[in-house]
Design a protein around this ligand. Structure first.
Ligand SMILES: C[S@@+](CC[C@H](N)C(=O)[O-])C[C@H]1O[C@@H](n2cnc3c(N)ncnc32)[C@H](O)[C@@H]1O
Length: 277
């Protein structure tokens, strides 16, 4: 690999149809049709959602880790596609942009009752629709609200911290069957999350990054993609050392890799262990 552009073509780019071949035991579970949307009008829910859903169904993780919960859409997709328990991490008070503004906010119309809830709000005066009230949607009670509203909270361990401070040392190195990295998009955060994920991903486990797209027009247009691809580029030799395979699913905003499997023990040792047990 010379540069991130190499992900645009084989052997680093692969179609969703080819992804089916990676999950040998997933008989009868078929990959979705490729979306016809152009990559600059791509959405998580409509375009990458069916791909993630297929991957969770085919891989069937028991323990899944997700960096970046937001309102819990991706966590819910995983919970509804397999029997996994999910550990997911989010900043407790939301992400700031470099200029100090909120990275995730939404205008809320009509009367508001936030007294019972841990919700961060802001008011920016009035306009023809009424008060310009905003909620910070990646903070407080908004974090993970979708999986809680669907009654799936009993299968989730919600971790509130900056992922750069997350202590993963009490998880064994083979704890997670799969990981999705979809938190902060700054290269330093992507590198931190990738390294921490690989420390706790089992041999043969699956690692995925969202907001990855190697095409120059997408990288230059979307800050999130620019940050994620820059992070991946910086640690590419490390990823190659850890992973058996690494592919951009074309077309998508998803990068997918498989951890190396445990080396097979020589047959004499296997026999010895069998006789001793
Ligand atoms: C793109 S959104 C996640 C989308 C989510 N996976 C979904 O399915 O809807 C990114 C989230 O990562 C969180 N985040 C950003 N930087 C973070 C960091 N350093 N540590 C933990 N969470 C972070 C943001 O607050 C935000 O909720």
């Amino acid at each position: 690999m010379e540069s991130i552009d190499d992900f645009c073509k084989s052997p680093y780019a692969c179609s969703i149809k080819k992804v089916e071949g990676f999950f040998s035991s997933s008989y009868g579970i078929l990959a979705p049709q490729r979306s016809q949307h152009p990559l600059d009008q791509w959405s998580l829910e409509e375009d990458d959602g069916p791909i993630f859903q297929y991957i969770y169904k085919a891989h069937q993780p028991k323990r899944h880790l997700e960096f970046g919960t937001w309102q819990g859409w991706g966590t819910t997709l995983c919970l509804e596609s397999c029997s996994a328990t999910v550990w997911t991490i989010n900043l407790p008070d939301g992400e700031d942009r470099p200029d100090g503004t909120w990275a995730y906010g939404q205008r809320v119309l009509g009367p508001q009752s936030t007294a019972q809830h841990n919700i961060i709000t802001a008011n920016y005066g009035d306009d023809e629709l009424g008060p310009r009230n905003y909620h910070r949607t990646d903070a407080g009670d908004y974090i993970g609200r979708i999986y809680r509203e669907k009654g799936l909270g009993h299968r989730v361990h919600q971790i509130f911290c900056d992922s750069r401070l997350w202590d993963n040392s009490n998880f064994s190195p083979d704890f997670f069957d799969s990981v999705l990295i979809d938190g902060g998009h700054h290269p330093d955060v992507v590198i931190n999350d990738s390294r921490k994920a690989l420390q706790v991903l089992r041999p043969g486990g699956l690692i995925m990054w969202h907001d990855f797209c190697p095409q120059v027009n997408i990288r230059s247009q979307f800050e999130s993609v620019k940050g994620v691809t820059a992070g991946i580029e910086q640690i590419f030799p490390e990823l190659q050392a850890h992973l058996e395979r690494l592919y951009w699913i074309k077309p998508s905003w998803i990068l997918i890799g498989f951890n190396k499997s445990k080396p097979k023990k020589p047959w004499v040792q296997q026999l010895k262990e069998k006789l001793l047990n």
